[in-house]
Structure formats: C-alpha cells, structure tokens
Design a protein. Structure first.
Length: 314
C-alpha cells in the first residue's frame, strides 16, 4: 500500500500510522540529499503558506520559511500582533478567511484546540508548529536523526529525562510508541505525563511491539539507552514556574555521570533546542562527541519541508 497524505493536516502523531511517519522521515532524507546536490523540484510552486506564531521560534519559523522558498511557495509570517486571531475575531472566522487565500497554514501557539479549529474550518492542510500539548514536527526531525545515526527507528531505546508532562515528552511518547521504540521517561513523580495519554500510548506500543516505562529513578531509567533526550525545564508560557522546576528537576540533569550510567558508550545526546546550558544539560555533554543537536536542528528544515510537500505539494 502506497502512502498518500495529500490534503491531510498534521496536528499530532496520534493521527498518523507508523508507515506514514516512516514515509515522512524517508521523504525528508530524500529531500535533504536533493538539496545537498543542488536539486530543487519546486513541489509547491505557486502555493501560498500562512505561518501563524503566537509564541517565539527560531528553528520552526526558519524551517517553514526556507522549506517554502526551496519548494517554490510563498511564506507569509503572521505574528499574534499582526492578526486578530482569537481577539477581535474568532478562530473559526480567521480560519475560513485564511483558507480562502492560502494553500496551507502553520500554527504555533498555546492551545491544541486552536490548531484543531484552524484545520476544521480552513479547509486546507494545517501543521502544528508547537502547542502547549504537542510538538509533532520536532519528533519527525528527531526520528530522522535517529535513522541517520542508527539506520532504524524501531527497537531503539529512547530515554527522555526532565519535564515528563510537557509538549516534547507527550509528542515523543506518542511517536515512539507508534514506531515500536523502547521508550522511557525519567522524571519526578510530580511531572509524570497525563495518565490518559500514557494509556493511549501503551495501546500504540502494544500494536507496534514497543515498550513504555515511566520512572523517577534516573540511573535505572537510562540503562542501555541508545538516545538520551532532554528539553527545557521551563516551557514557553510557564515562566513563573522557573524556581519550582529547577528545584525538582536538578537530579534529572543530563550530565557526564548520567551519560555514563547508560553503560553504552555509543549513546547519543539529543535536545530539541533552545537549550539552557547547565540546567537541563551540562555544557560538557551538549558540546561533547555524543551530541547530535545541530544535525537534529538542521533536520527540522528537511522534515518540515517533507510534511508540507506530502500534504500540500503537487
Ligand atoms: N525546537 C524548536 O521548536 O525550536 P524553535 O522554538 O526555535 O522553533
Ligand atoms: N518545551 C519547549 C519546547 C521548545 C521547542 C517549550 O514549549 O518551550
């Protein structure tokens, strides 16, 4: 069965099968090789793409912008201060207007409900560039990087350390359980993921042959890890929680000791970036030989381009 994603939105990996996720990763690997060879197929010639940002961004914004330009599309950046979305105009009305003008819409912001409404009312593909709950395009870049380093995604032991209930932990747990990975979250109990989401992901893991372990014991959790991943302790919009988070997450810092506790000298270190050095990760680890964070950042561009081409391309 060949994969056809034309017209689909990309709001969460819950909506995608393992085969579809692997297809997007492989398309990104192909687009990366083509870009490096100077081949641009202009798969989105003549298309107009809206990029809505309620929250700041470096990688995601630049990936969508460059992805559009490489493929012949026009990107239009719309910050929350430029448009009426949810303030002077309902999300439904903005969605219907943008849907008449644009061929695809990226949204980064607070509520998952907003990105869902944009998809429902615009009638064009909508891509989630991060919400409080999810960050699915980041996971594609992470899986692409893993495939480049290990030649496969299924069966990889992936350990996420830190805030176990933020958008990255959620998105990675969804993606990893769909792909049949051996997935571990190490976090303090107060920051464990939502029980309902864990149950859903356990059902995906059952189907894919994956595993999910949630533990508060860092040394136990990292044993045999192929990948150790972390994210900021304080996500965008939660700044008032900084002191409390630093206090509770200190034992979950990714440092040399934690990397060595894997017992595997080939463990790689990953981070979605931006990173707060000496908080969730030491400078030594992020700058060290195990770190692949800049390959991962570059792969945002190739994977985001793949999502746009697959869903809104020719
Ligand atoms: N990883 C990521 O989403 O980065 P930005 O916030 O810079 O887009
Ligand atoms: N959890 C982080 C991810 C940034 C890419 C945040 O939401 O700020």
């Amino acid at each position: 069965m060949s994969v056809n994603l034309k017209g689909r939105s990309f709001l969460t990996l819950k909506d995608y099968t393992a085969e579809e996720i692997e297809y997007l990763v492989d398309l990104a690997i192909d687009l990366k090789a083509k870009k490096k060879a100077g081949i641009f197929e202009k798969n989105m010639e003549g298309k107009n793409i809206a990029l809505i940002f309620e929250k700041p961004s470096t990688r995601t914004r630049c990936s969508f912008t460059i992805g559009c330009i490489d493929e012949g599309a026009h990107p239009e950046y719309l910050s929350k201060d430029d448009i009426q979305l949810g303030h002077k105009e309902t999300v439904e009305d903005t969605a219907r207007v943008l849907g008449r003008m644009f061929d695809g819409i990226e949204f980064r912001g607070f509520s998952q409900e907003t990105v869902e409404k944009l998809a429902k009312y615009s009638g064009v593909p909508v891509w989630n560039g991060l919400t409080d709950e999810d960050h699915p395009t980041q996971v594609l870049a992470d899986f692409m990087t893993i495939k480049e380093k290990f030649g496969k995604i299924k069966g990889i032991k992936f350990v996420y350390a830190g805030d176990g209930r933020n958008n990255m932990a959620n998105a990675l747990m969804i993606g990893a359980s769909k792909m049949g990975m051996d997935f571990v979250i190490i976090a303090p109990e107060s920051l464990y993921p939502d029980e309902k989401l864990v149950e859903l992901c356990r059902s995906y893991a059952k189907e894919s042959g994956g595993e999910i372990l949630i533990t508060s014991d860092p040394k136990e959790g990292v044993k045999g890890a192929d990948v150790i991943y972390t994210d900021v302790w304080v996500s965008m919009g939660e700044e008032e929680k900084a002191a409390e988070r630093i206090a509770v997450l200190r034992p979950y810092q990714v440092n040399r000791e934690l990397m060595e506790a894997t017992g595997n000298k080939n463990t790689i270190f990953m981070h979605c970036l931006p990173a707060v050095r000496e908080k969730e990760v030491t400078n030594e680890v992020i700058e060290g030989p195990s770190s692949v964070v800049f390959d991962e950042a570059e792969n945002r561009m190739h994977t985001i381009k793949a999502v746009m081409v697959a869903t809104a391309g020719k």
